[in-house]
Design a protein around this ligand. Structure first.
Ligand SMILES: [Fe+2]
Length: 299
């Protein structure tokens, strides 16, 4: 990991190769990303009413705040227009819509001053998405909804692109998580009792890299990147969007970033929807990923 490409004029194939080598790509806002942000802002505005969303945390009891998010986030995730806007984004940056699959977008909130860092507004400890059953070819797209600054962004920990960390991923299975833990998010206030893959040894979190784009700008990175939520002390809640993509050719060829330390089982592969028509990845292919990230390497 050593490069950040800005508005790169590059084929999607070449871009994926670079992302699998740990490079980062940053794109200026496009019409599609602006529309996705606008949709998010509209729903956020409706949810918080007369309160300014970035500072609403100072006006509300935390239980009330969590319940607002518990209603707001699924509305955004499942809004039909969100899929339309993601398709627009993918076309704008040169992805092949017939071979690129995406999952529904998430809305993230990172509150300030440890107001709410669990459950529905989880502050992510350092992790790779590949610890959570994401395939090595998954790419993450990250978009701020309101202005961000370094103190309320996300951080990459580049030392760990090639360095393994002892971690709890061997206890994680995506299907199992969905059965038991996902839907408890809104109840996890104060302490998050759900078992998640975490580092199990001290880490060197510096040097770290934080990429700030204007609202609607897009940051792309491999699911194998070590990243975390920056502890927010800025006095404003961070609102951001993320979604993930995979390319069918890479899925079929078992291509992707190297696996340095993931031992989870299961796969998120059945979540992705083809950009052109929202079809799922063929079940036979999904099944081949079920044994887990490490087992699928080198197939
Ligand atoms: Fe992540």
């Amino acid at each position: 990991m050593n490069s950040v490409y800005f508005d790169a004029n590059i084929s999607d194939e070449r871009r994926r190769e670079q992302l699998y080598e740990g490079q980062l790509f940053v794109y200026s806002a496009t019409p599609g990303s602006r529309r996705l942000v606008e949709l998010a802002r509209t729903l956020i505005g409706e949810a918080f009413g007369s309160l300014a969303p970035e500072t609403a945390q100072y006006e509300l009891p935390v239980e009330r705040y969590a319940s607002i998010l518990a209603e707001l986030k699924p509305k955004f995730i499942h809004h039909p227009d969100a899929k339309v806007h993601i398709k627009g984004i993918l076309a704008e940056v040169g992805c092949d819509l017939a071979k690129t699959y995406f999952d529904v977008p998430r809305m993230r909130t990172a509150t300030s001053d440890e107001y709410l860092t669990t459950g529905i507004a989880l502050a992510f400890h350092p992790h790779r998405d590949t610890w959570y059953s994401a395939p090595r070819c998954q790419l993450n797209w990250w978009i701020p909804i309101f202005e961000i600054e370094s103190g309320r962004s996300m951080a990459f920990h580049p030392l760990y692109w090639s360095r393994p960390v002892r971690n709890g991923s061997s206890g994680y299975n995506y299907a199992e998580w969905n059965r038991t833990s996902r839907f408890q998010a809104a109840q996890q206030i104060g302490v998050d009792t759900r078992v998640q893959p975490k580092p199990e040894e001290p880490m060197e979190l510096d040097p770290q890299l934080r990429v700030m784009t204007p609202v609607g700008g897009m940051l792309l990175f491999s699911a194998a990147q070590m990243h975390s939520t920056v502890p927010n002390t800025t006095g404003r809640t961070r609102f951001s969007i993320d979604f993930r993509t995979v390319h069918l050719d890479d899925v079929a060829a078992f291509r992707g970033a190297p696996n340095v330390d993931s031992a989870c089982t299961g796969t998120t592969m059945s979540d992705y929807l083809r950009a052109s028509d929202l079809a799922h990845i063929p079940a036979e292919l999904v099944a081949q990923y079920e044994p887990g990230v490490a087992a699928v390497c080198g197939r």
